[in-house]
Design a protein around this ligand. Structure first.
Ligand code: SAH
Length: 236
């Protein structure tokens, strides 16, 4: 692992924010010790990049709290062989963590400014096993399906049907926040053939998934203030 000025902060982050709260997957802990979170935030926020909370990602969006990135990554049980779909690229930080944990990551972002910026940061940092697509991620990426794992980092009102059917029938796992635009729970969906097991976990607050199988754009307008507040927090 290359040493850099932020290595100490990353090690601390892993000890106090992840391990102390029960994240155990060694591959997830190693990946989060490695990914340069400070490269995914604006220059003004570099100094607080490793703090215990979400940060603004620009365009009214947020970069998830490290603990939530760790928790969601761990829930996917990745071994390094998987094809993963991520919905909500945002800054690209979660994407980079997934790149270290899986064989290939397809990441979908509806905002082309964010998609372009994330793609260029990922390229500069030499993450090559990733494709960023611009589009409505609530519809998934049917041409590339099935996916061994799907992660959605924006809140959906209900489980989007296309994502459900694009999950591998052979034990595919998906994690996503489901609820209203103020409060959601992280849900873990496991598919066995035509049976989908759903487990509800902790309460969280994410920005809305805007799209055909998400919230409508009007909901976004009405709740613009709350998403601008960078209110993506986990009640842990
Ligand atoms: N994982 C990101 C956080 C993303 S915030 C990170 O670590 O930085 C949620 C993101 O979902 C925002 O960038 C938002 O633009 C995007 N988003 C919302 N609805 C979407 C949709 N239907 N398809 C793709 N991306 C969407």
């Amino acid at each position: 692992m290359a040493h850099d000025d932020y290595q100490h902060q990353r090690n601390q982050m892993v000890e106090t924010q992840l391990k102390a709260r029960g994240i155990k997957d060694q591959r997830v802990l190693d990946a989060m010790r490695q990914v340069h979170r400070h490269e995914f935030v604006s220059a003004a926020l570099r100094g607080v990049a490793y703090r215990d909370g979400p940060l603004p990602a620009g365009q009214g969006q947020t970069i998830s709290q490290p603990y939530i990135v760790g928790l969601m990554s761990e829930a996917l049980h990745l071994t390094g062989e998987e094809q993963v779909l991520e919905v909500g690229t945002g800054s690209g930080y979660q994407t980079a963590v997934l790149c270290l944990l899986a064989a290939h990551v397809y990441s979908l972002e509806r905002n082309h400014h964010l998609a372009d910026r994330a793609a260029s940061v990922l390229k500069r940092l030499n993450y090559t096993n990733v494709d960023i697509h611009i589009g409505d991620g609530s519809q998934g990426l049917p041409d590339m399906a099935p996916f061994d794992a799907i992660i959605v980092t924006a809140a959906a009102p209900a489980l989007p049907g296309p994502l459900r059917s694009q999950l591998s029938p052979d034990g595919g796992r998906m994690i996503l926040p489901i609820g209203n635009n103020k409060k959601q729970h992280l849900e873990i969906v496991t598919r066995h053939g035509n049976r989908w097991e759903i487990e509800q976990t902790i309460p969280v607050r994410f920005v809305p998934l805007i799209g055909r199988f998400g919230f409508k754009d009007t909901t976004l307008q009405k709740n613009k203030r709350s998403s601008d507040d960078q209110d993506q927090t986990a009640n842990v």
